[in-house]
Design a protein around this ligand. Sequence first.
Ligand code: FPP
Length: 247
Amino acid sequence: MNQSNLNLLKSQIDIDNLPKHIAIIMDGNGRWAKKRFMPRTFGHQEGMKRVVDIVEASTILGIEHLTLYAFSTENWKRPNTEIDGLMKILVTYIRNELDRIIENNVRIHILGDIAPFPQIVRDEIEKAIGETKNNNGMDLNIALNYGGRAEIIKGIKDILKDFELGRINLEDIDDQLFSQYLYTKGQPDPDLLIRPSGELRLSNFLLYQVAYTEFWYSDILWPDFYEDKLYEAILDYQKRDRRFGGI
Ligand code: FPP
């Protein structure tokens, strides 16, 4: 899309009705690479470039929370070469982008348990978290070794520990309190969930948080997901009538 059409599209967005929290299942990297007779990791590399574009576009637009599904608890089933490739891409992303992320006042959070990741990857992630922790612009949540069910089970265990220690009473437990035991603690639920690549499933992503989230699907593969697609998704979201179970 050329710049003037992009600007036209962007100008239609109602800035007063932006989704506060956008979550994205970045799918289709493998198929994108396959179409080009290239290894899957090539698709992930191109996918990383779209992460850069979408993070930048979201910041400029004023999105407050952006959550990206980068590695699920099920992704360990992939061949080692692909897992290694994804780890390297993560490190490259942080090394290349951290300065710009800091400049843009973005705060990085990780959703998931990165303990099984290689030390070098964890060091880079910890550095990014540390250096952005006082930023108060957009929250960039990167879901790594994340699974919705694992997150809920962890929440239940943590809440039981606090109950045993007498920190909370049984009557205190409601959906708001439980939300504070999830990785997205302190952040609102996603308003909009985007899934490119034509798949129509949740894939264990933010199971608790998406109760009233608006979904937006597209056949486009993630490496082709430029900022115009983000604007299209937001424009579509702005046409929805959100009733949260009311009338
Ligand atoms: C799903 O596509 C994509 C992933 C499992 C990895 C997503 C990772 C990136 C976009 C890399 C960069 C991320 C960050 C945060 C820097 P797939 O491989 O399942 O595609 P397929 O369904 O076509 O096989």
